[in-house]
Design a protein around this ligand. Structure first.
Ligand SMILES: Cc1cc2nc3c(=O)[nH]c(=O)nc-3n(C[C@H](O)[C@H](O)[C@H](O)COP(=O)(O)OP(=O)(O)OC[C@H]3O[C@@H](n4cnc5c(N)ncnc54)[C@H](O)[C@@H]3O)c2cc1C
Length: 462
């Protein structure tokens, strides 16, 4: 028996490792030329390594922690979190600290306080209504709305609240900071003390090191990994995929398929009828600068709140691991999200002047001569676009997949349309592997949907 796993990101690799070490013949098919998916790293001739924005491990799940530690083994460091927010031309600690809160303009402070007593009850499931109910209209207008509309290129009144419930908690990732509402946020930043989250990061390279180690373990268990490979077609009989034909014409017989790739490419492969809805993902461009600048702020990553530039976030690789940039140099990873029809995606070079001016204005560069080199990376499907009616569309796509093929299981962030973290993809794939191996032992595989992990990162799943 052979299983195919489409996508060699964290979810696909975790699953492939578990299945291949159990002795199940596994082939991983990845369209990019490297493993790691959204958690891969780019290594350049200039000696620098850049991740896709800020990437680090954080988990409270003992099983996931054990999986990360047994994969990295000695090859890890523990780092303190240092993230910031640039708002009103100031660098503020993020999550907010009492000092940070007090440095906000007084009128904003007072208006946000008044908001506590004048809550507007949410009338719809929208991001806008959710945020105004939880945090008040002032913070919504000043921060959440401009940042989110810049980031998603979509109106907050038409975005689903899942973008907030999954996103805000992930952005803060600090147990001491309760982000559930403005009141709890203020209470916890005032009384919890400094945020003290610790992260796990590879010692010998970028975050992609984790996936490279997993890939070599899979190959040691006779798993195959096909890079730069697309699927040309599924051959199926009686709703069961029997053979995968790759773009170079290889025919791979399969008993079961796990799909962690884009749902839209699956939709095209299956020639879905028009009435099967389309979902949308945002994609991102990363401008990876190698500079001679000295960055004083010390952050690992910083969110840029205002409308001023198209930059969403800047991260500094050296503050994750000093090994990532040559001595005396500084890396700056500038992140811009967009959709793939946009001019930004098609011609990012037209933005670079604006971005460099922005880096000057925000004191991340002192002069344009400090830029020594830069690379532009296009990364597909970085974020699911949770429009207001996405739960209905997602349900329809899942139904279509499950009725078209009986032996396919959707997994991972992209395959299940999750806005999740690496640890969530690992946890879900460990659960999927456990269920599948149990049935394999019994010699009776069930419908592919049986092996899916719960969509617990989505509140609007129904
Ligand atoms: C900018 C950014 C910062 C992040 N920071 C963090 C962080 O600090 N900590 C954290 O834990 N998580 C972070 N995440 C989230 C983390 O990257 C993801 O949760 C995790 O990598 C998802 O892994 P996955 O395997 O589920 O999905 P993916 O990484 O999306 O893997 C899917 C794979 O399928 C491949 N694929 C897609 N379509 C096809 C196809 N048709 N054929 C073949 N292959 C295909 C893709 O190339 C990809 O390799 C961040 C994400 C982003 C975008």
């Amino acid at each position: 028996m052979q299983v195919a796993i489409i996508g060699a990101g964290i979810a696909g690799l975790t699953l492939a490792k578990r299945l291949s070490e159990y002795g199940i013949k596994t082939v991983l098919i990845e369209r990019e030329n490297a493993v790691g998916g959204l958690a891969r790293s780019f290594k350049y001739d200039n000696g620098a390594t850049f991740d896709i924005g800020p990437h680090r491990f954080h988990t409270d799940d003992p099983e996931v922690n054990q999986f990360i530690m047994e994969t990295l083994d000695e090859d890890h460091i523990i780092i303190d979190r240092n993230s910031q927010l640039f708002l009103f031309d100031k660098y503020l600690p993020w999550p907010l600290t009492p000092k940070g809160l007090l440095s906000l303009p007084l009128h904003l402070f007072i208006r946000s306080g008044i908001d506590l007593f004048m809550r507007r009850k949410a009338r719809t499931e929208s991001f806008e209504d959710y945020i105004i109910e939880k945090y008040g209209g002032t913070l919504y207008q000043v921060f959440f709305k401009p940042y989110t509309e810049k980031f998603m290129d979509y109106e907050c009144s038409n975005l689903h609240k899942d973008w907030a419930t999954t996103g805000i908690n992930r952005a803060t990732i600090d147990k001491k900071v309760d982000t559930g509402s403005l009141t709890s946020l203020i209470k916890s930043v005032l009384f919890a003390g400094e945020a003290g989250t610790k992260f796990i990061y590879p010692r010998s390279g970028g975050i992609g090191t984790f996936s490279e180690i997993l890939a070599s373990k899979i190959e040691n268990c006779n798993g195959r990994i096909l890079l730069s490979t697309q699927i040309a077609k599924f051959v199926s009989n009686d709703h069961k995929i029997s053979t995968i034909v790759t773009d170079v014409g290889e025919e791979i017989p399969v008993e079961h398929v796990f799909w962690s790739g884009s749902l839209m490419s699956l939709r095209s492969l299956g020639n879905a009828p028009e009435l099967v809805p389309r979902l949308h993902y945002m994609s991102s461009i990363f401008f990876n600068y190698l500079t001679t600048a000295q960055i004083e702020q010390g952050f690992q990553w910083c969110y840029f709140g205002g409308k001023g530039a198209e930059i969403d976030r800047v991260s500094v690789p050296r503050n994750f691991n000093p090994q990532l940039v040559p001595q005396g140099k500084e890396g700056l990873c500038v992140e811009v999200s967009c959709n793939e029809d946009s001019i930004t995606w098609k011609d990012p070079a037209r933005l670079d002047c604006m971005l460099e001016t922005f880096l000057l204005r925000t004191n991340l560069l002192n002069s344009l001569d400090q830029v020594e080199d830069y690379h532009v990376e296009h990364v597909h499907e970085t974020y699911p676009l949770y429009v207001l009616n996405y739960p209905r569309k997602l349900k329809a796509i899942f139904n279509w997949v499950n009725t078209t093929w009986s032996n396919i299981t959707l997994i991972g962030r992209t395959g299940r349309f999750w806005y999740n973290n690496m640890d969530n993809s690992i946890a879900a794939s460990l659960r999927t592997a456990g269920r599948f191996i149990n049935d394999y032992k019994e010699g009776a595989l069930r419908h592919g949907d049986t092996y899916s992990a719960e969509d617990r990162y989505l509140t609007g799943k129904d």
